[in-house]
Design a protein around this ligand. Structure first.
Ligand code: IMP
Ligand code: MG
Length: 335
C-alpha cells in the first residue's frame, strides 16, 4: 500500500521508466503516474532485441496489463504526443490526464528551437516543456481541460492517486535526474525547468506526503549526461565507442557524454535530497561486461558485488534491483 516514487540520482537516462515498469509488476500497482517536467524525457524499454517501447509522455507502467496510467498535474502535456502514445499502445480504456496540466503548443517548441541561449548554452531538448512551464508560471498557459482531444481522459489525478495509495500501491515515475534540478543543481543554468527530486515528484502528482511508502533511487553504474554542464571524470567519445557503451538520446538522438564512474560525493548528496528506501543499480553491463544478460541473483560478478557494497554504503539504502542488460528480463530482484 502507498505510493512508491522513482527518481534518478544523477543526470538521468538511467532506465527510470523500465524500473517503474518493473516495480508496477512487482507491487501489482493499480496506478502508475508520470511526474516530472514534460515531454523532454524519453523512456524506453526493450521487450525483445527487436521490439522496443518508447514514450515521452506516458509512464511505462502500462506494460502491466491491469495498471491504469496517468499524468500528474505538474507535468507539461503535448496533446499530439499524448494522443500518439495512447493510440500506439491501445491505452484508451486505462489512461488519465490531470485536467490542470499545462499544455505544450507547437509555438512553445518553436520558441525553444529559436532560443540561442537554450539551444547553444543549455543544450535544451527543444520539447517545448520549459516554455510551457514558463507560460504556466506567468498564468497564460492552456490547461488540459481546454484541449478537445484530451477531454475523454480528463481526471483529478491527485485525488485518484491519493485514493489508490490508501488501498493499493501506486508507482510514480519521475523524469530526468536529481542534478538537472532547477533549484537544487550546483550548475545552473545547465539544468531543466523544474526540480526532479522525490519531493518534486510528490508535488507534481499532488500526493499527500503521508501516502508515500517508499522511494526508489536509480543509480546508473556508468553515469551519463546529455547537453552542457560539468561531468566529473568525463571520458572521450572515442573511449566511449572503444568500450562499446555508446548511447544516443531517445528524444534528441545525441551521443550521451559518459563519466569514468559514479561521483561518490554527488551520489551521497542525491541520497540526502531524496531519502531513498531502495536503490536500483542500472547499466551494470557497461561497468562489467561479464554481467551482461545475467538473470540470477547468485550470478553477480565480484566487480558488481563490490560496486553494490559501495553504493549501499554511500546511499545508506539497499540495492534491491540490478539491471544487467537491455531487455526487460535483465532486471534482477535482489530482495
Ligand atoms: P530542457 O529541459 O529540454 O530545456 O533541457 C535542459 C537540460 O536538461 C539539457 O542539458 C538537457 O539535455 C537536459 N535534459 C532534459 N531532459 C532530459 C532527460 O530526459 N534526460 C537527461 N537530460 C535531460
Ligand atoms: Mg514540477
Amino acid at each position: 500500500m502507498g505510493a512508491i516514487i522513482v527518481v534518478d540520482a544523477l543526470w538521468g537516462d538511467s532506465g527510470k521508466g523500465k524500473v517503474a515498469a518493473f516495480l508496477t509488476q512487482r507491487e501489482n500497482a493499480t496506478l502508475c503516474v508520470r511526474a516530472g517536467i514534460g515531454t523532454n524525457a524519453g523512456h524506453s524499454v526493450y521487450l525483445t532485441a527487436e521490439e522496443s517501447i518508447r514514450t515521452r509522455q506516458l509512464p511505462l507502467g502500462f506494460l502491466h496489463p491491469t495498471t491504469v496510467v496517468a499524468v500528474g498535474s505538474g507535468v507539461a502535456v503535448d496533446p499530439r504526443i499524448f494522443n500518439d502514445e495512447v493510440t500506439r499502445y491501445h491505452l484508451q480504456e486505462r489512461v488519465k490526464v490531470d485536467y490542470r496540466c499545462p499544455i505544450i503548443t507547437p509555438e512553445h517548441i518553436q520558441r525553444e528551437r529559436d532560443n540561442t541561449h537554450l539551444v547553444q548554452t543549455v543544450g535544451t531538448t527543444a520539447s517545448g516543456s520549459g516554455m510551457a512551464q514558463a507560460d504556466f508560471a506567468l498564468r497564460k498557459a492552456q490547461q488540459a481541460k481546454d484541449v478537445d482531444v484530451l477531454k475523454p481522459y480528463l481526471a483529478d489525478v491527485a485525488q485518484l492517486a491519493n485514493e489508490q495509495a490508501s488501498v493499493n500501491t501506486v508507482v510514480v515515475e519521475s523524469s530526468q535526474g536529481t542534478y538537472p534540478s532547477l533549484a537544487l543543481s550546483p550548475d545552473y543554468p545547465y539544468v531543466t525547468s523544474g526540480n526532479c527530486t522525490v519531493a518534486a515528484a510528490v508535488d507534481d502528482v499532488g500526493l499527500n506526503w503521508r501516502k508515500v511508502s517508499g522511494a526508489v533511487m536509480v543509480v546508473k553504474a556508468v553515469p551519463s549526461r546529455v547537453g552542457a554542464g560539468p561531468l566529473p571524470g568525463e571520458i572521450s567519445p572515442d573511449e566511449i565507442r572503444r568500450r562499446g557503451i555508446a548511447e544516443y538520446g531517445v528524444v534528441t538522438g545525441r551521443l550521451r557524454r559518459k563519466a569514468e564512474g559514479i561521483p561518490w560525493d554527488m551520489l551521497r548528496y542525491a541520497a540526502m535530497l531524496n531519502g531513498p528506501t531502495e536503490i536500483a543499480l542500472t547499466f551494470c553491463d557497461h561497468y562489467d561486461p561479464q554481467i551482461t544478460g545475467v538473470t540470477g541473483a547468485d550470478q553477480l560478478t565480484p566487480a558488481i558485488k563490490a560496486l553494490i557494497a559501495k553504493v549501499e554504503q554511500t546511499t545508506e539504502a539497499p540495492v534491491t534491483i540490478v539491471e544487467t542488460g537491455k531487455l526487460f528480463e535483465h532486471m534482477i530482484d535482489l530482495r
